[in-house]
Ligand binder design. Structure first.
Ligand SMILES: Cc1cc2nc3c(=O)[nH]c(=O)nc-3n(C[C@H](O)[C@H](O)[C@H](O)COP(=O)(O)OP(=O)(O)OC[C@H]3O[C@@H](n4cnc5c(N)ncnc54)[C@H](O)[C@@H]3O)c2cc1C
Length: 480
């Protein structure tokens, strides 16, 4: 190792206690960092009735189309809902969310509201936005606490059968709306339990699995059939589904394959792929998929490579698993980071340090073949690329060594290769090509949506696709 060792400078220093206390909470009350890093429970502290009514009363009910409604991918009627909450009509408010969204209790918890509804609230011009996300959580949790469970409406039987391939938020949204229309719906998933990244990705400190389990029970009670541990494309083909009597298929297989850095040492013990690391760390042992049945062993100094939400989730999970120092390594600056700043704030509060303009170029093993360090190079920002983002360019002779014993790569995802084998048209990036208005693919009776069509996106966008495709499928089925 002839390159200099990294010594801490301002760009990487942890926050002082004083800074931690002063960091903005985005108006949301969360459990203090020194308490929450010892468990995987949700960090959001729920509103009480008085606080919810006070917060909703801040909405000035902008005329239609209100910017918050336009910015919401499922177009929740936020001004009406705020009016209902202000008056204390919490049940009606929750039901109004459910008119446009199938999983408001989940979106309220995981949506990047700062980029969507709250980000477009008119109050941002002078003040803090109305806290729509926490209010969504409050009223939907209130509804469940009062009713015990939510009854999903079942339409009069149509005699038509639809198969959903992939039980993530997109598939579940499509399934629920198809049941509302009266169709018979079966959801196939390769994992031991449906939910997609809601179960096998997003950690419990953002979304408790209890919330998802309650929703899955309600879907099952409504008559949706779930067939798990079944990989469509291998165990059953799409053609076989049609031969078995299904009249239409919705494909929502996500984009669940971790991208690689493609640098030497990536296969060393101690180097983990982001999603696998999150699954093995967060999911109950009895629900872990085959091949991932043990908890990851992490060391004391962890480097997480990437700048998205997955990176923040891996950092915060590492801290909860006992890592003493956690670094986020990102090749551009914080301004270019794709992840939401709220999650970065929480990661910082919990102890993550950031090394910007830094690119790993190899992982280094000790004499026993164990990860011991990472060689990095400093970057600077060069010309803008096609998307308008300035490209990182290595600075010559700026290499240095960062001593670590665990690395987690969180540098993006691409679609499951199985989707190319269905005979469907795919885009240059391997995503399923669809008609953007209907969700129809190039094969009659097959529709698609979610990350398998968009690439890595958001829970609420995947949900919106499922809802839209269900309407198209219903129209298709009524004309058969
Ligand atoms: C770590 C992580 C954190 C995230 N955090 C957030 C967040 O905080 N907020 C947010 O809005 N978004 C977040 N996202 C993005 C969000 O989770 C996805 O955009 C969303 O889950 C996509 O939904 P989907 O239904 O299209 O796919 P998925 O949720 O990926 O579900 C696809 C399902 O298809 C199944 N499947 C795949 N292939 C087959 C097959 N051949 N046969 C049968 N089943 C199959 C999979 O097992 C899976 O259950 C995060 C993503 C990751 C990876």
């Amino acid at each position: 190792m002839s390159n200099p060792m990294y010594s801490f400078s301002d760009d990487c220093s942890p926050l002082s206690d004083r800074e931690r206390v002063n960091l903005p909470y985005y108006g949301v009350d969360v459990r203090p960092a020194h308490e929450r890093i010892y468990d995987f429970d949700e960090i959001l502290l729920p509103f009480d009735e008085q606080r919810a009514r006070f917060e909703a009363a801040r909405c000035i009910h902008c005329p239609t189309p209100a910017a918050c409604v336009t910015a919401c991918p499922v177009h929740n009627d936020i001004p009406t809902i705020m009016c209902l909450i202000e008056k204390g009509n919490f049940l009606e408010a929750s039901q109004t969310f459910r008119l446009t969204s199938t999983i408001p209790e989940i979106c309220g918890r995981v949506c990047p509201q700062e980029k969507l509804c709250q980000g477009s609230c008119v109050h941002n011009l002078r003040n803090e936005p109305v806290l729509i996300g926490p209010l969504e959580v409050f009223v939907t949790d209130y509804e469940r606490s009062v009713k015990g469970s939510i009854t999903i409406r079942k339409g009069a039987p149509s005699g038509r059968k639809v198969a959903i391939v992939g039980g993530g938020p997109s598939g579940l949204a499509c399934a629920e709306r198809l049941i509302n229309f009266g169709h018979d719906v079966t959801v196939y998933d390769q994992r031991p339990i449906p939910g997609g990244l809601l179960m096998y990705g997003i950690p419990g400190f953002k979304l408790s699995s209890k919330v998802l389990m309650a929703k899955l029970n309600e879907l099952q009670n409504a008559g949706i059939h779930f067939v798990t541990n079944t990989f469509i494309g291998k165990d059953i083909t799409i053609d076989a589904l049609f031969n078995d009597g299904f009249d239409a298929v919705y494909i929502s297989v996500g984009a669940g394959v971790d991208a690689q850095l493609n640098i030497p040492g990536e296969d060393l013990p101690g180097v983990f792929k982001g999603t696998e690391f999150l699954i093995r760390s967060n999911v109950n042992l009895d629900l872990l998929p085959p091949g991932m049945t043990t908890r990851p062993k992490i060391g004391k100094r962890v480097a997480v490579i990437g700048g998205g939400d997955t990176a923040s989730d891996c950092e915060r999970t590492s801290i909860r698993l006992g890592a003493q120092e956690v670094f986020c390594i990102y090749r551009r600056t914080e301004d270019e980071m794709p992840g939401v700043s709220k999650d970065r704030t929480f990661a910082r509060q919990e102890g993550t340090r950031y090394l910007f303009l830094t690119q790993p170029i190899r992982f280094i093993a000790d004499g026993n073949g164990k990860l011991t360090a990472m060689e990095c190079v400093r970057m600077e920002l060069g010309e803008k690329d096609a998307k308008g983002r300035r490209s990182p360019v290595p600075i010559p002779d700026s290499n240095f060594i960062l001593e670590i014993d665990t690395a987690i790569t969180a540098v993006g995802y691409y679609p499951f290769p199985s989707i190319g084998e269905t005979g469907l048209d795919v885009t240059r990036n391997g995503l399923i090509a669809i008609d953007s208005k209907t969700g129809a693919t190039s094969r009659r009776g097959i529709y698609a949506g979610g990350d398998a069509v968009r690439g890595p996106s958001l829970v609420v966008e995947a949900t919106a696709d499922g809802i839209r495709a269900a309407s198209s499928i219903h129209e298709y089925l009524t004309k058969l």
